[in-house]
Design a protein around this ligand. Structure first.
Ligand code: FAD
Length: 457
């Protein structure tokens, strides 16, 4: 491209940046991607340590029919390593009165579950009759759920789920931004059961093309996905390159970057910032018309991930599920535990089990920052009480994310609209703070950024 070092520069090698770069490259565009860390993947990172396979970020992936991620699943190498989650992973446990209780998977189990009293069950059954809300101020998730399904469902179903997905609390999230499907069911069908039933009765749409169904990962962990995309991008990717400054030119953009303690400059006609909102805010700070202020206002939850490996005989619980989640009402110190070695094969050495424990979140920010020794003591005590774990772990490791998960708080949708409006032609953002926090949604945000630029010409 005459005059520019490259046509499109993508900053950030997480899944959203990789998706943007891949989409552009597959359309024959001249694209470069720069990543400040020494590896690609951002939050997606699988690490082998003493025979255990640790996931620093996502443990698995699930794709919905409207996710735009199919492009990567045609790769035969990647497809050959796909692992579907084990059949027991359909079981999920929620802690009640200090014990893991399975979530009900059938109407019969719903009638018997100790997670709800009879009053709580009646509240759920009455959902049919709750009128749909028309207008009014934006609702928090807790307000929405309390209104439609009652307090107990909020406490023992929704609250733990929110801890597991957003590391947050239902009081803090906007239902429109964080769970748009719930709002749509109410708006379009008058209620969740009505809408859920109609959707169920319609022929169920599955993800298209090559995309695997259900929950899945890869034999080498989630990093296999990143590697497969990295291979396709080849030499168009630079790691250990920190983009430190952005300047808007009359035509195109110029960025300053640090590589090996030396500053370089690079110009491009188009630019995708596929970093966290906070990093994008820093880069755009010098642009008075840009959306730096709105980006910097998006809160992030800290999450500390603790890995504990035990001999199978040290754990009383059968670990016959995906994992367990701890509702706020139970006052536990951990957000939840994934039974990693029950989910996929090859996550722990023979005869051992791997538990992945999540600590912190929006309501446990201090705990996320606890010293390693304190965390070990806390996690061992919780695992002993919740899963009947005895003795010391034979493997123990901690990984900390200071800014793990963006929070879709009240006003988030409006913030995102304002951010998008303030972007000049040729500049697009991608990332998990825009269209959803899952891997598939973050990927989709990168595809959208690329397609928007292509349509701009
Ligand atoms: C602990 C944890 C568990 C999760 N579990 C799941 C799960 O089970 N399932 C699921 O679907 N999702 C899960 N997620 C969410 C999902 O992994 C993320 O939302 C998604 O991977 C984020 O991708 P991203 O590209 O938006 O951001 P990131 O992965 O954060 O990538 C941004 C990249 O930009 C780089 N960067 C930043 N600034 C610069 C700069 N100035 N110059 C160059 N590079 C820069 C960063 O180094 C980073 O690599 C989890 C997340 C976490 C943290």
């Amino acid at each position: 491209m005459a005059g520019f070092d490259c046509d499109t520069l993508v900053v950030g090698g997480g899944i959203s940046g990789l998706a943007a770069a891949l989409t552009l490259k597959e359309k024959g565009q001249d694209v470069r991607l720069l990543e400040s860390r020494g590896y690609l993947g951002g939050a997606i990172r699988s690490v082998r340590d003493q025979g255990y396979l640790l996931e620093f970020g996502p443990n698995s992936l699930m794709v919905r029919p409207d996710d735009d991620i199919d492009a990567v699943f045609g790769d035969p190498d990647l497809m050959s390593g796909i692992l579907s989650a084990s059949t027991v992973s359909k079981n999920r446990f929620v802690v009640k009165s200090g014990k893991p209780v399975p979530l009900p998977l059938s109407p019969w189990a719903f009638l018997r579950t100790p997670l709800l009293s009879w009053r709580g069950r009646l509240d759920v059954l009455r959902e049919w009759r709750v009128p749909a809300r028309t207008g009014g101020p934006e609702e928090t998730l807790s307000h929405f759920v309390r209104r439609r399904l009652g307090e107990e469902v909020l406490q023992y179903f929704i609250d733990p789920f929110v801890k597991g997905v957003y590391a947050s609390h239902p009081d803090l999230l906007s239902v429109d931004a964080a769970f748009p499907l719930l709002v749509r069911l109410e708006k379009e069908h008058g209620g969740l059961f009505r809408g859920g039933l109609k959707t169920f009765l319609k022929r169920r749409k599955e993800p298209s093309g090559h995309t695997p169904r259900g929950i899945f990962s890869f034999s080498g962990g989630m990093s296999d996905l990143v590697e497969a995309i990295g291979k396709k991008l080849g030499e168009d990717v630079g790691t250990n390159v920190d983009v430190v400054k952005y300047t808007r030119l009359d035509e195109g953009f110029r960025v300053a970057l640090m590589y090996d303690e030396t500053e370089y400059y690079m110009t491009s006609r188009r630019l995708v910032l596929a970093t966290s909102a906070l990093h994008a805010a820093e880069l755009l700070e010098g642009d008075p018309d840009g959306p730096s202020v709105e980006l910097s206002a998006i809160p992030y939850a800290p999450v500390t991930v603790v890995y504990a490996g035990y001999g199978r005989e040290q754990v009383l619980h059968p670990l016959d599920g995906f994992g367990l989640l701890c509702p706020t009402a139970e006052n536990r110190k951990v957000l939840g535990v994934i039974f990693s070695s029950s989910l996929f094969p090859g996550r722990a050495p023979e005869g051992k089990v791997l538990l992945t424990v999540f600590v912190g979140g929006m309501t446990g920010q201090k705990l996320a920052q606890a010293f390693d020794e304190d965390l070990e003591r806390i996690v061992r005590k919780e695992l002993a009480e919740l899963l009947g774990v005895t003795g010391a772990p034979e493997f123990f490791r901690i990984h900390r994310w200071e800014k793990a998960i963006p929070q879709y708080v009240l006003g988030h949708e409006e913030t995102v609209r304002t951010i998008r409006k303030k972007l000049p032609p040729g500049l697009r953002l991608a990332g998990n703070y825009l269209e959803g926090i899952s891997v598939a949604r973050a990927f989709g945000s990168g595809v959208r950024a690329a397609k928007d630029l292509l349509s701009e010409g």
